[in-house]
Design a protein. Structure first.
Length: 337
């Protein structure tokens, strides 16, 4: 029986080794495809061992799962010497829900979803990192900002952490030409994940070292941002970071429109509580928040809410809200409720 290192790596749950082989720039595609069709002495394909060892979900595991199926969709219905398919093994061994869902697909569903469709559904962190890499390499900063604006902060942070914070190094390697939007993006990224500043690649290089590399030669403004430390980022309000690294006009027009809305909300909440404004409370957000802040104020379907609630809703929904304004408002609520 031909030795197949993928069987061995999967048995050991070494997802990173499998990833490395799948993404290696010099990989032999034909050889890789053959390895994912090879059975071991138990009649098992690599997919069977993936199913047997997938009890704990990680983003690397999800990535490997999708890749494995792409190399051999027919494996989903292939039975080992005991007559079990990969999903049979996954269910019996208590695999995580994400892998059970992935292995429950049929070959026809795999073809229908396609490579990107499977990634987006079953390995969203790997999928969005790949999308962000493409935008960064094409200097499409607006697309990067749009994605951050439209997605949950938890997902954004996971994408920024993935593959040892690869995205910030990628940004450092594609920052030769200065723009306000580029620096704003770098600040948004490190504010959400400060430790990305000291994360290293396989050679031990940080994003700042990438920026200084003569191959990349990043702009001075980006180097200045990458010189910041995680401790400083964690202890410095985001508006302060913006004022330090971006022109005042850009900050006022592009960012502080939202931030000022949040500050206005706080002003209302602190000093103008007597000014109550009656408004419809159809949304769950208004109902829940009004019950906490004004538990005796609204016996009817209408809630008597402070007009600051309207400002709060605006500042959360507007672009850039996750970078400071929302946290400022929520910190105030935590301390005042």
């Amino acid at each position: 029986m031909t030795s197949n290192e993928h069987h061995k790596w999967l048995k050991k749950r070494d997802w990173l080794k499998v990833q490395g082989a799948m993404y290696h720039p010099d990989r032999d595609v034909d050889l890789l495809a053959r390895k994912y069709k090879e059975r071991d002495e138990h009649g098992r394909l690599p997919h069977h061992w993936l199913a047997a060892k997938a009890q704990t979900h990680t983003h690397a595991l999800a990535d490997v799962g999708v890749q494995s199926i792409c190399w051999n969709p027919k494996a989903l219905t292939t039975r080992d010497n005991k007559g079990e398919t990969p999903v049979d093994i996954a269910r019996r061994s208590g695999a995580c829900a994400e892998i059970i869902g992935l292995l429950s697909l049929t070959p026809e569903e795999v073809r229908s979803l396609g490579y990107k469709g499977m990634y987006r559904l079953y390995a969203p962190v790997a999928y969005w990192q790949d999308e962000m890499v493409g935008w960064i390499q094409s200097r499409s900063w607006a697309d990067c900002h749009k994605w951050i604006d439209e997605h949950d902060d938890e997902l954004v942070r996971e994408v920024l952490k993935y593959y040892n914070s690869y995205l910030l190094r990628e940004l450092a390697g594609n920052s030769q030409e200065y723009s306000d939007s580029l620096v704003f993006l770098a600040l948004r990224m490190i504010y959400r994940h400060p430790l990305s500043l000291i994360a290293t690649d396989k050679d031990g290089d940080t994003p700042l070292q990438w920026a200084h590399d003569t191959q990349f030669n990043a702009s001075q403004e980006i180097r200045n941002v990458l010189r910041l430390t995680p401790k400083y980022i964690s202890s410095t309000p985001f508006p302060t970071l913006l004022r330090q690294h971006l022109p005042k006009q850009f900050v006022d027009e592009e960012v502080f429109g939202t931030y000022n809305t949040a500050c206005t909300f706080i002003k209302h909440m602190k000093y103008d509580k007597a000014e109550l404004v009656e408004c419809e409370a159809h949304s769950l957000f208004y109902r829940m928040l009004s019950m906490v802040l004004f538990p005796v104020a609204a016996p009817s379907e209408k809630r008597v809410l402070h007009e600051g609630m309207l400002l709060l809703n605006r500042c959360i929904q507007e672009p850039g809200a996750g970078d400071g304004p929302t946290s400022v408002v929520l910190d105030f609520l935590d301390n005042s409720v």
